[in-house]
Design a protein. Sequence first.
Length: 558
Amino acid sequence: MKFRALIICGVAFLALVGFSFKEDLFLVSKNMDIFASLYKEININYVEDTDPATLMRSGIDSMLEGLDPYTEYVPESEIEAYKLKYVSTQYGGIGAGTVSIDKKLYVNEVLEGNPAHKQDIRPGDLIVSINDVATFGKDRNQISLLLRGPKGSPVKLKLERAGQTLDKVVIREEIKQGNVSYSGMLDSQIGYIKLDKFLENSGQEVKDALLAINKQQPKGLILDLRNNGGGILQEAVKIVNLFVPENLLIVVQKGRNPAKTVRYESVTKPIALNLPLVVLINGSSASASEIVAGALQDLDRAAIVGQRSYGKGLVQQAFNLPYNSLVKITVAKYYTPSGRCIQALDYGHKDQNGVAEKYADSGMKAFSTKGGRTVYNGNGVYPDVVVAPSTYSALTQTLSSNNLFFEFANQYKQSHKEIGEVKSFRLNDSDYQSFLASLKGKDYSYTSSSEKLLSKFTAEAERENRLSDIKADLEAIREKMESAKKSELAAHKQEIKQMLETQIVSRYYFEKGRIEQAFQYDKEVSSAVKIFTANAQLTNILKGDGAHKTIGTPKKTD
């Protein structure tokens, strides 16, 4: 009798699902008819001329904007840019990055071993024209169209360097910007892999880097996922599989459509099953980065070091549309092995302004790792070892955004043929004085946080008709702030020097040198190395001893 009732319930459920599905299709069809008729009548009858393509794009964008930032329409004209951003790491070009300063176009980065490097194009070169098209005032999209093209095709550049005009003809090649930007050995016999994105072949790139490191018998490995915004879910699964046994659950994606619910398990033998592992994350580690970090944390396989990750627990899938366009749709949420979803923003519930609400820490639920440690859902992956993020003063940020570091690095390269050992390179005080001298006559004015607060306080005092009573005091405070700002070039000397060194090193040793030189200042890397070298610290973290039993305790609210 119970079995018969179960079947009846099942039939009833299927009938309801079928009815709901048919009702949804009817509503879709009904609203499509309304929309098509509305679109036609506007284009035929509106008092002014209309652009049908612009009207349609506005309607599509407004519709998708009400969902989430990751669901987007991609017309045919943007397909190549979409593939480069989300799928492939290859494009036809010369391997040079550009920056616009006062509407003039400069080379700001050259990729080692690529056509621009082979033709001795250097950071700091002014690009006057590309294929006889003047670059002055052109935006970045226009420049990309001029520089990129089929492999083997030529591009003609007119450059200016140190007052001289240079004409270059560069043959475009297939530029490969790998997912792994750096791998090698640090001091203390620790391996290091920096993974910047999870596009095509990222799993294989990490595997190749790991195999090379394994040959050097490392005592541990640091997998750096900081500032990695993610990419392809399946590549994340492959990377976790390098470190865990076969037949372990790595991630589950669950969608409203049952066809979008998929379990992903490790299916191949690992190549570094017992290698001690630390994963670095920060607030810009998202999506696939969080799958890797969350899975390795839930499986008690790696210690996570840094800051809480971004919190993107959503999965997108691309669907082809007519006329070679496509739409990328959020089809599911993903869940790490413990069963938690780390999505931070609730796009299903928005405030009156249409802004998605953040899941409150007080509403987070507890989950257990394989070994019994407590972790929580929502708001990203919380690290086992928290390292305070590096911050820069308003002065340093202004100097950078005004390209004053860039300009000084170009001058430095012209007067210094070499800089010696990259890993230990540092500017001396004489170099810093030269930088200060280069600032004369340059605009690097900025508004400090305290000045912004003072302005708000002044406005509030004026609103309450109290300004006249305290005006003299406010002026005195403002003068002291201005006086203090004059000494900030000395107060922030260390962080300014670090930014300068990064720019200068890239002129000699490209991206690889920039990464190696920065190790000496890297707090997260230093923390990871200490975990490996300190007696049993990694073991204690993964076992959940003491304070490591609970990871990221939610804040309590009344």
